[in-house]
Design a protein around this ligand. Structure first.
Ligand code: 4AD
Ligand code: MG
Length: 465
């Protein structure tokens, strides 16, 4: 008999057909009952809900039934019937049950409900079986799909930028080195330095912190591109919002100025959140009910309201005039901390905020310089509960200005000569931004720790799985 996905049965019981025989396969969430009847909640991951399997114990071998425990995997055939109990519309009156895999009651870690998030992280190999994490994984898929759909519908091309890079131009944080040299026996040059000419690429290389610089090369040929891939940052920031390996979406668009860039970023996030509400509501509802009672309201409010747009300088004024005690001092020129960003969003404006025109000294070399000589055309989007979710800018398109900035910051020309050439040959105004995929996932799921929205989080001292 062909397997039917539990999602099909729960969403379209009339198509599956009451009274029809069917087969379902999945993992036992709970089993309860008495000497004559057992109720098994079976989940196959296609949807957060489980289907109720009713077993008339008189029909089954008691030794088989006793092996059905939380976590075991079953193949069940039976008849779809209207449920007599509360909590579900339909259930399956079982005819046969085959146990694919048992799960020992004493040692199966997910035997009981209500484990802490910390504990679940330690069992990342089994965490996908926890209901909340199933929601997270399904939502990750939905968001990844919607991201491609958004750009594809608008004529942008998905560009694959390298993960191994020979340049550290972005300055976004410490990088992970990539080498095949034997660290216990490094080849040395005459002056005692590591001889990278003997390394795989003949030079030092790292894992990328961003695909932007290569993305710009694509935008200045195809008009609009986006990247969507993993990025790596070896910054030692053990916070609920930082990963050492995270995914980033980076659109880059020729002929866009910073206003076009802000408009697209705002429309893009609203599209994604709306997509989640329309296509993944069961998962969101579950997370709302179990973890974060304001999740649905927060998601709806982001879709419905315009983001607040103001300059960094205006934001600094607001923060300095606020009566709020901050751990980090606020003055013009400082990089905003998460506490400042969240004050602006959560206490002052009560909606997402786009800050622009940051001091050039706290931003990357490639951002377009403003007339004032102090600020650049940067834009950061700040979100409730998260802080920065997007960072981007209009890019400096003028060769002389960009070159002067590269010199001023002491960036080795041998690292960026190829990037500078785009401004020499057919330069064009252009802009782009980077959305941190896991920051988006934090927002969409309402989770409070970034380790709970990626299957295998990479953080300092942690790469077990
Ligand atoms: O602001 P960032 O560093 O910008 C860039 O990398 C630019 N190249 C983007 C561009 O203009 N194309 O990073 C972009 C976003 C941040 O806003 C944040 O959402 C996320 O990436 N991010 C992180 N997410 C998780 N863990 C980390 N360690 C992150 N660092 C940045
Ligand atoms: Mg940033």
């Amino acid at each position: 008999m062909k397997r039917v996905a539990i999602k099909e049965i729960i969403k379209n019981p009339e198509t599956v057909g009451l009274g029809n025989k069917l087969c379902v396969k999945g993992w036992v969430r709970t089993k309860r009952g008495n000497n004559s009847i057992a109720f098994i909640a079976l989940n196959d991951g296609s949807i957060v809900h489980s289907i109720q399997i009713v077993c008339d114990l008189g029909k089954f071998d008691p030794t088989v039934v006793s092996q059905i425990t939380t976590g075991s995997c079953l193949c069940v055939t039976g008849t779809l019937v209207a449920s007599q109990g509360k909590g579900q519309a339909v259930e399956i009156q079982s005819d046969t049950i085959e146990i694919y895999g048992t799960a020992d009651v004493e040692t199966y870690p997910l035997q009981k409900k209500g484990h802490s998030m910390e504990f679940l992280r330690e069992i990342a190999h089994l965490r996908p079986r926890a209901n909340f994490f199933g929601c997270v994984l399904r939502l990750r898929h939905a968001m990844a799909f919607a991201i491609h759909q958004y750009f594809n519908n608008r004529g942008y091309f998905y560009m694959h930028t390298p993960l191994i890079t020979g340049s550290d131009a972005e300055g976004a944080g410490a990088m992970f080195g990539v080498t095949t040299l034997d660290l216990n026996n490094l080849p040395k040059t005459d002056d005692g330095k590591v001889d990278y000419s003997k390394d795989f690429f003949g030079k030092p290389t790292c894992l990328t912190v961003s695909g932007q610089l290569e993305g710009e090369l694509g935008a200045l040929a195809l008009g609009g591109i986006y990247t969507f891939g993993p990025t790596f940052r070896a910054e030692n920031s053990n916070t609920p919002r930082h990963l050492a390996e995270f995914w980033m979406i980076e659109p880059e668009v020729a002929f866009f100025d910073i206003h076009d860039n802000m408009d697209m970023a705002e429309e893009f996030i609203k599209y994604l959140v709306n997509y989640a509400l329309e296509n993944s509501f069961d998962d969101i509802q579950f997370l709302n009910d179990m973890f974060d009672k304001e999740l649905i309201d927060r998601l709806r409010s982001v879709v419905l309201n315009d983001f607040m747009r103001l300059t960094y300088t205006e934001a600094i004024d607001i923060l300095m005039q606020s009566k709020q005690k901050f751990e980090y001092k606020v003055e013009w020129g400082v990089d905003l901390q998460s506490e400042h960003e969240r004050y602006l969003v959560e206490q002052h404006f009560h909606k997402p905020v786009i800050l622009t025109d940051y001091p050039k000294n706290i931003k990357a070399f490639y951002m377009k310089q403003n007339e004032d000589g102090k600020t650049v055309r940067a834009m950061d989007i700040l979100f409730p509960k998260i802080g920065e979710i997007i960072g981007g800018s209009e890019r400096e398109a003028d060769y002389a200005k960009l070159y002067a900035r590269v010199q001023e910051l002491g960036i080795p020309e041998k690292d960026v000569w190829w990037y500078l050439e785009t401004r020499k040959f057919g330069s064009a105004p252009h802009a782009g931004f980077g959305l941190g995929f896991e920051r988006l996932m934090l927002f969409v799921t309402g989770m409070s720790n970034i380790r709970d929205v990626i299957p295998f989080p990479r953080t300092p001292q942690n790469a077990e799985f």
